[in-house]
Structure formats: structure tokens, C-alpha cells
Design a protein around this ligand. Structure first.
Ligand code: SF4
Length: 426
């Protein structure tokens, strides 16, 4: 009996689509076997993979808050938060969000600034905006509930095939696949598929394969089992096949190709952008401005910044030209932030100003002075959070220093409580 090569396997896959999907080279000779034999044999496999995965899931499912207490809304919010984001990072956000915004109606009525604040640090902020847009549709059209059909879900803002599939299968038991990056990787290995998983055609082939093995019973658990398998066993780079419940169905495992799969075209290099971030500070208040309503980090608050790396003296000259009375400048450690296609390399400065520039001028130009309490309410993207924390730290040290001794130009050295105590100022 001759094993199938990749081409034969994929052809077989396509030929048998109506009946079943999984065939293994060396196990079934599809050229010699009768149609009925093949159909029955492959049906065994189809049932086998579902049973094995569900059995494994029953014993190994990750314990997650949206699985412990379930509702369509919780499933939806968790799935949106988990896009491009690690589970550990999502957990505190999910808890806070659900507590404050318990259902679609509350989400539809949530002020945008508060929504952005709740999402602050999670990144990909358009997800939050779409979440709210979809909640508005649910409130207007579906009585504040998620609709219980795959097609209606797919119609909502922010719902793609993955999210609609995940919510439909997990929350409503509808047998549709939920194919994300993890599932693409797992199935590229199971099928020994060497196509580029970033291509629509390949994604479609893999989705069809998942559709064919998806059990009619417990489709949501099956999809979650695949997610968990991808997250904990069939890992990128080196899959832990020794822990895998479905090695017997995996072509990548039996052919020794799993580690080299999936294939994806080399990604385009990220565009580097250098920026000089300026934290203008006056008596603990920092200046922020609101980003435009469209595009990257839309509508969020940011410190003023300039393109390119500027030296301390260039920053001082720029600000003086703008009429800002600079009292002192401190260079902060460099920072970087990686977006999907762009990398920001940032040089930061804390600039103390002697006078508060005219509030009216500032607000006319979209700027706002914010003290620590007001900063709590501003949604500042995590791209700036490291530099902002450093600027706030430095600012606190400077203020202690001001208390302790006369102002000394150019000196930003931290001052210890011991020194302050000695000076008798505290
Ligand atoms: S056998 Fe290995 S490569 Fe195949 S699905 Fe399991 S972990 Fe992934």
C-alpha cells in the first residue's frame, strides 16, 4: 500500500469533502479501496478525532472566568478581548469590564471616554468601538441580547467569521467552525498542509476541513478544545506532540513535518518611526492632546510629540519658539512600542514649565492639562505608559527635591527620604 504524497492527499481531501475529510497516508489506499470502504473508514476517523479531542478537553480544559459563568455576552466580550492578546493579559480587563458593563444595553449606553478607559492598555482600540457599535445594534434590533444565529451575528459590526463562529458554537451550540491563528496552525499540521496560511484560499481549505470534522454535538467545546490544544500543546515552533491526544490523526506528526508547519510568507518588515515625546509638566499637571477620531489609537489621549529624535537643546529651542517658559528639562530612558505594522522608537523628555500656558489656547488646540486624578480618567495608550510612568516618577522626585532644598538648575537626581529628613524639611 503506497502512502499518499501531499498532492494526492489534498486531492483526496477535496474529493471526499461531501462525505468526510480526514485520510491518512499509509492507512487507506484511496486509489484501490472502494468508495464505500473509504467512506466508512474515514467516517471512523472523523468521529475519532472529535471524540478524542472532547475527551481530552473534558480533562484538560483551561479554567477561565468566561467558561465558569457562561452567557452569550461573556463569551462575546472574552472572544473580542482575546483577539491578538494573551489570556493572562485579558483576565483583569475581563473582570473589570464585566463588573462595570454587565450586558449589551449597559455597553450601548457607556460613555465613549469610559469605554476607552476600560480598554486602556489592551490595544487594538477599534475592537472596543466595534463592541459598542454591535451592542447598539443588539439594543435596537434584538432587545439587548445577542442574536442566536450565525448569519445574524456575522452581520454585526466587528464580527468576522471567527468571532461569529466562536459565539455561535460556544454560546448557542450551532455547529460552525471558529478558525483563528491557533486553529490554522493545528490544522495545517494535521493536514500536512504546506500552503501559506495567510492566503485566503488556504484559510478557506482549512476552514472546510474543520467544518467536516466538527461534531454536531458539543461544537462549542470542540472549538474550544482546538483553541486550548493550540495554546498549550500544538505550540508555534515546537509542538509538544508527546502530550497530544490526536497524534494518530496528524499527518504532520506521522510525516515529521509538524515543526516546519504552518508555512507563511515572510512578513513585511515593520516600519520604524522615531518620535520625541514631550511631557510638559506644571505643578504635577501634564499636558495631553486627543488623537484624531480616525486611524491609529483613534480618540485616545497622548502627550505632545514630534517626529524624529530631537536633542534636549532642540526640544528647548522648539518650546521656547512656541512661547513655552521652560524651567528645566530631564531626558527619560528611551522606549519602544510595537504595533502590527509599525514600531515606534521613542525618546522622552520631562519638561517643567514656569507658567501654565493659557488654558484657553491649549484647549482650543485640543490640548488639556491633567492632574494625577484627571489622568486616571484619560485613556492613554499603552504605547506611552512606560514613558509616562517614568515622567511621573521623575516628577515626584523633583517635587521632593523642591521641598528639601533650594532649586538647583540641571539637578534632577533622586533625593532620598533620609536626605530630606536630615534637611529637616520633612
Ligand atoms: S500531533 Fe503534534 S503537530 Fe499534530 S496536532 Fe498534535 S501537537 Fe500538533
Amino acid at each position: 500500500m503506497q502512502p499518499l504524497d501531499d498532492q494526492q492527499f489534498l486531492r483526496a481531501l477535496q474529493d471526499e469533502r461531501r462525505n468526510l475529510i480526514l485520510v491518512r497516508p499509509g492507512c487507506y489506499n484511496i486509489q484501490e479501496g472502494s468508495f464505500e470502504e473509504r467512506r466508512l473508514a474515514m467516517k471512523d476517523l472523523q468521529q475519532g478525532i472529535g471524540e478524542k479531542l472532547l475527551d481530552w478537553y473534558d480533562r484538560n480544559a483551561r479554567v477561565l472566568p468566561w467558561r465558569q459563568v457562561t452567557s452569550p455576552y461573556r463569551t462575546w466580550v472574552s472572544e473580542v478581548m482575546l483577539q491578538q492578546t494573551r489570556v493572562e493579559a485579558v483576565l483583569p480587563y475581563f473582570a473589570r469590564f464585566i463588573q462595570e458593563v454587565p450586558d449589551p444595553k449597559a455597553l450601548a449606553n457607556l460613555p465613549e471616554a469610559r469605554l476607552m478607559k476600560l480598554w486602556e492598555g489592551l490595544g487594538y482600540y477599534s475592537r472596543a468601538r466595534n463592541l459598542q457599535k454591535a451592542a447598539c445594534v443588539m439594543t435596537e434590533k434584538y432587545g439587548g441580547q445577542l442574536p442566536d444565529s450565525y448569519e445574524a451575528l456575522l452581520d454585526l459590526p466587528g464580527f468576522g467569521e471567527y468571532t461569529a463562529g466562536a459565539v455561535a458554537s460556544i454560546a448557542f451550540g450551532i455547529p460552525v467552525p471558529a478558525v483563528d491563528g491557533n486553529v490554522l496552525r493545528v490544522f495545517a499540521r494535521i493536514l500536512n498542509h504546506h500552503g501559506d496560511i495567510l492566503q485566503g484560499k488556504v484559510k478557506k481549505e482549512i476552514r472546510t476541513a474543520v467544518e467536516h470534522v466538527l461534531p454536531a454535538q458539543r461544537p462549542g467545546d470542540f472549538n474550544q478544545a482546538l483553541m486550548d490544544l493550540g495554546a498549550g500543546v500544538c505550540l508555534p515552533g515546537r509542538p509538544c506532540c508527546e502530550k497530544c491526544p490526536i497524534t494518530e490523526f496528524c499527518l504532520g506528526y506521522s510525516l515529521g513535518t509538524a515543526e516546519h508547519l504552518p508555512c507563511r510568507q515572510t512578513k513585511k518588515q515593520r516600519r520604524m518611526e522615531e518620535k520625541t515625546i514631550i511631557f510638559l509638566e506644571h505643578e504635577g499637571r501634564f499636558l495631553f492632546r486627543r488623537r484624531p477620531e480616525e486611524g491609529l489609537l483613534a480618540g485616545m489621549w497622548e502627550p505632545p510629540h514630534l517626529e524624529g529624535y530631537l536633542s534636549e537643546s532642540a526640544v528647548a529651542a522648539f518650546l521656547e519658539e512656541k512661547g513655552v517658559a521652560v524651567r528645566e528639562i530631564l531626558a527619560l530612558p528611551d522606549a519602544k512600542h510595537i504595533f502590527t505594522h509599525i514600531e515606534w522608537r521613542m525618546r522622552g523628555f520631562l519638561v517643567r514649565v514656569s507658567d501654565l500656558p493659557q488654558e484657553s489656547t491649549a484647549s482650543k488646540e485640543g490640548f488639556q492639562w491633567a492632574d494625577p486624578a484627571q489622568r486616571e480618567d484619560l485613556a492613554v495608550p499603552s504605547a506611552f505608559s512606560r514613558l509616562l510612568a517614568q515622567a511621573e516618577d521623575a516628577c515626584g522626585q523633583i517635587r521632593l527635591q523642591d521641598l528639601a532644598m533650594p532649586y538647583k538648575k540641571g539637578s534632577f537626581a533622586a533625593i532620598s527620604k533620609k536626605t530630606l529628613a536630615k534637611s529637616g524639611k520633612i
